[in-house]
Design a protein around this ligand. Structure first.
Ligand code: ADP
Ligand code: LRH
Length: 500
């Protein structure tokens, strides 16, 4: 029997992977399952050149090529492949269709101060009404404005802007396209008008023809170019637009039992939100700093970017540099035996976006807020994980307030769910059930869009059913409710004091 097979590339800010997805039992009457096999994994390390931080875009393309080669060498026959990546970042193409310069990394410091500057110039209400987004300093809007202010010759020469997945798809197929879910991360796409915000582009001195008309997830971009097929020795393969924003691919694979549910995509970032049919452009969404981002299958998602496990990743990197190379399980084990709630931080304080030394930044925050500074690695990790869990409670309650919904629990997906202590803490902090799985939600959501495009799924809901049938979930019950309630009260006070 024919086994529908697709290849998914999921590129996170920390690492990328290639996975094969196969529908087993696809014969009529069989019970269908999605089998996933990781065939390639690589790290995604930013490169500092002079003052700027960049992505290693050619290196990422090379890893994607390796993934394609491996798939065929291993004997798989994927009908299509698709790429999802982190949001907001882009490459600029010149009039000959060549890449101009090396794409910037969203943690590059060129956008510092620009959120305040554009808010003063244009007003928060307008900026929000025309984008529906939380004003994150790295949004495409601020990056382009930074280039404009720096009189970037690259920006002057640019004819087309392609967001990262679209750029990589272009390298594979020679076709320029713009995928909808990524477009909605730019802060230059107007969700009410469902169109690019060209007046705003012109007002900021940006060309209004840089952006291409968005296409929906599932659109066929093209086939691998002849050059790539010859280089890799592989046959023809379709390249499909996934829900190319990794967060939205992950959200499409949440194994929820009802259409209204809360989820947390846990990786470098923590994205906590809920699926909607329409963007919610109420002023309270602006006040509580939530985003409306386009999703797969015509959905919109109301969610908040929380700084996430980036904080732990950075500490791990610094400790490694200082001669203490520890694995995640080792770090978690150290935290587990530490004293609870010794010190807490607001993970979303912008000081944690890209400090020189994360452990020192955490210590400084604790000192300034009159709390004991973490002295050991274990104390630091505990502080990070408890603070994240408490932040999740705050954001979950805000999501309920904005949508008028009560969620019975929280679905967690992504690499971060391998941190069982964080999952336990989250259940404790929110005082409700936490369901975890799958770890590879982004790659799976990517596959679902391809399988639907191939005619193997009627709609995205059938994809969710397939996920439920194929991957086990774990459940965490809330523990130590009195302790967590007390910690939350303390946390709320801390947020008030530190926001003054
Ligand atoms: P991204 O796609 O954003 O790069 P992932 O979804 O791969 O992120 O998740 C990466 C995070 O998962 C890491 O920051 C780390 O905190 C966590 N993680 C990965 N492996 C483990 C593990 N074995 N135990 C605990 N946590 C882990
Ligand atoms: C998570 C993510 C998030 C974006 C950030 C830049 O990987 O895509 O949704 O805001 O990266």
């Amino acid at each position: 029997t024919h086994t529908p097979t697709v290849l998914a590339f999921d590129l996170g800010a920390g690492s990328g992977r290639a996975l094969i997805g196969e529908i087993e039992g696809a014969a009529p009457g069989g019970s269908k399952r999605l089998k996933i096999t990781e065939i390639h994994r690589f790290s995604n390390t930013p490169i500092r050149i002079g003052e700027h931080l960049h992505w290693n875009t050619p290196g990422l393309l090379q890893e994607i090529k390796t993934g394609i080669s491996k798939a065929f060498q291993l004997g798989y026959k994927p009908e299509s492949c698709a790429i999802d990546t982190w949001g907001v970042d882009f490459g600029l193409l010149d009039a000959n269709g060549e890449l101009l310069g090396i794409p910037y990394h969203y943690r590059d410091r060129q956008t510092e101060g620009l959120v305040e500057e554009l808010s003063a110039k244009l007003g928060d209400e307008r900026l929000f009404a025309e984008s529906g987004l939380q004003f994150m300093p790295f949004n495409t809007l601020y990056q382009l404005y930074a280039m404009r202010k720096a009189n970037s010759p690259k920006l002057d020469a640019a004819k087309t802007l392609l967001l990262t997945p679209d750029l990589l798809n272009y390298f594979l197929t020679g076709r320029k396209a713009c995928e909808f879910t990524m477009a909605t991360t730019t802060q230059l796409y107007d969700p009410a008008k469902r169109a690019w915000n060209k007046p705003l582009m012109r007002e900021l001195g940006l060309s209004d023809s840089l952006f291409i008309e968005p296409v929906q997830p599932g659109t066929e971009i093209g086939q691998l170019t002849e050059e790539i097929r010859a280089e890799l020795g592989v046959p023809q393969m379709k390249v499909i637009a996934a829900a190319s924003h990794d967060t939205e691919s992950a959200a499409a694979a949440v194994p929820a039992s009802s259409p209204i549910f809360a989820y947390l995509v846990s990786g470098t970032w923590s994205l906590l939100g809920t699926q909607m049919q329409e963007p919610l452009l109420h002023p309270d969404v602006l006040k509580l700093k939530f985003s409306n981002e386009g999703g797969a299958g015509g959905t919109y998602h109301l969610l908040k970017n929380i700084m996430g496990l980036w904080i732990l990743q950075e500490c791990k990197r610094i400790w490694e540099q200082r001669g203490e190379p520890l694995t995640y399980p080792q770090l978690v084990a150290l935290a587990e035996t530490e004293e609870p709630f010794r010190s807490l931080i607001d993970p979303d304080d912008l000081r944690f976006m890209n400090p020189d030394s994360m452990p020192e930044e955490i210590a400084a925050y604790c000192c300034e807020s009159g709390q004991p500074q973490p002295r050991t690695i274990g104390e630091t990790v505990r502080c990070i994980l408890e603070s994240l869990a408490l932040k999740y409670r705050m954001v979950l309650e805000q999501a309920e307030q904005l949508t008028g919904t009560v969620f019975d629990g929280l679905h967690m997906v992504g690499g971060g769910i391998q941190n069982e202590l964080l999952c336990r803490f989250t259940a404790g902090a929110i005082g409700r059930l936490v369901w975890t799985g799958p770890v590879e939600a982004s790659a799976i959501g990517n596959m679902l869009v391809q399988l639907k495009a191939g005619g193997y799924l009627a709609d995205m809901q059938e994809g969710v059913e397939l996920v439920k049938a194929s991957f086990p979930m774990s459940t965490y019950e809330p523990e130590q409710q009195t302790e967590w309630e007390n910690a939350y009260a303390r946390y709320q006070q801390l947020m008030e004091v530190m926001s003054c």
